[in-house]
Design a binder for this molecule. Structure first.
Ligand code: PLP
Length: 393
């Protein structure tokens, strides 16, 4: 069938194959432990659900403004001011159907054919595909294990060309869980200003930070950097609201206006009910957010130490998000597999643990383990991986 070229160039999600296989094995009665989840394992807090029910009963079941309800945009401005001391006006905010669509529409608005976007490796799987869908060209910079997978100012300077339009910074990072310090962000921000390139700051894991580490937004550095930054955030991870599909961008008014025009002809608006729920999420008690954060922190603390005991596995200790991203190259070699992709496939089939191969994140020597599941399941999963490696050595 002849379809559009832009579709032919799309790489299917790397996580899908292994997730589908895990599901199939589970349905056939195998006791699979899935460590692939990209979402918190908690239900949305009750008061948020109640607000959604109330919204429906009160008849808030109609179209809303394309950029989102004015009350929600005000709540987002208040949140950004309180948490990051960042001052935005509601006309500098757009709410969309998840941070994913907000990013998609941002690339559509920013990029012309051939424009380059710098993406640090390892990256969240959708960035390169979304850039390509906007006829842009992803340019990769490799973060290495020795530098906690973070890019350096020197690397950034070298990657910038006359075609560079934007840099993506994702801190805390999916998949590595690493967090850029204020000083690191400052150095990166200054380079972006010097070369006049946009900074796309994906802060979706902002609330999930551990062991006293602080999240810092690059937009907080100074006003010049803020004016070149489009801050992306949402409620999926912080308030366990992945299914509600609410995310947002905060940035220069002209960009937000263009994104709003695009929304008006594509999604119209994010779901009204989910927007009312999000107002309650931001205006109400944040206690549940802290309870979930603490649960992730406690799990990470336990399983990290167990993970690094496994022969052939090295792992930088994450400071945020809910993923571990160990290097498993040596473990694959020790157990006789050609590469880490094959090792991950064998873990599923023989150890009955589903992990995501790092190849989809641009890091083929790694695997991604999500700890968005119970501590009991996590400990059992790590035990199985350990036994699998030792038996095959
Ligand atoms: N950015 C990163 C780094 C993510 O990991 C995700 C979700 O997995 C998103 C953005 C999108 O989140 P959502 O569309 O649920 O708001």
């Amino acid at each position: 069938m002849k379809l559009a070229n832009r579709v032919a160039a799309l790489t299917p999600s790397s996580t899908l194959a292994i997730t589908a296989k895990a599901k199939e094995l589970k349905e056939n009665g195998y006791d699979i432990i899935g460590l692939g989840a990209g979402e918190p394992d908690f239900n949305t807090p009750d008061h948020i659900i109640e607000a959604a029910i109330m919204a429906m009963k009160e008849g808030h079941t109609k179209y809303t403004a394309s950029a989102g309800l004015p009350t929600l945009k005000k709540a987002i401005c208040k949140k950004l001011l309180m948490d990051q001391q960042l001052q935005y006006n509601p006309n500098e905010i757009i709410v969309g159907t998840g941070a994913k669509f907000v990013l998609y529409s941002l690339f559509q608005v920013l990029l012309n054919k051939g424009d380059e976007v710098i993406i640090p490796i390892p990256y969240w799987v959708s960035y390169p595909e979304q850039v390509k869908l906007a006829e842009g060209v992803p340019v990769f910079i490799e973060g290495n294990e020795g530098n906690e997978y973070k890019i350096t100012p020197d690397q950034l300077e070298k990657a910038i060309t006359s075609k560079t339009v934007a840099l993506i910074i994702n801190s805390p990072s999916n998949p590595t869980g690493m967090i850029y310090s204020k000083e690191e962000l400052e150095a990166i921000g200054e380079i972006c200003i010097k070369h006049d390139i946009w900074i796309i700051s994906d802060e979706i894991y902002e609330k999930l930070v551990y062991f006293g580490t602080q999240h810092y937004s690059i937009a907080q550095i100074n006003n010049k950097i803020k004016e070149k930054t489009i801050l992306i955030n949402g409620l999926s991870k912080s308030h366990s609201m992945t299914g509600w599909r609410i995310g947002y961008a905060a940035g220069p008014k002209d960009i937000i206006t263009s994104m709003t025009d695009l929304s008006s002809h594509s999604i119209s608006n994010p779901t009204s009910i989910a927007q009312y729920a999000s107002i309650a999420a931001y205006e109400g008690s944040q206690e549940a957010v802290e309870v979930m954060r603490k649960a992730f922190e406690a799990r990470l603390d336990v399983i990290y130490n167990q993970l690094i005991e496994i022969p052939g596995i090295t792992c930088v200790k994450p400071q945020g998000a809910f993923y571990l991203f160990p290097n498993a190259k040596e473990a694959a070699k020790l157990t006789g597999y050609k590469d880490v992709d094959e090792f991950a496939a064998a873990l599923l089939e023989e150890a009955l643990v589903a992990v995501i191969p790092g190849s989809g994140f641009g890091a083929p020597n790694n695997i991604r383990l999500s700890y968005a599941t119970s501590l009991e399941q996590l400990e059992e999963a790590i035990k199985r991986i350990h036994q699998f490696v030792v038996q095959k050595m």
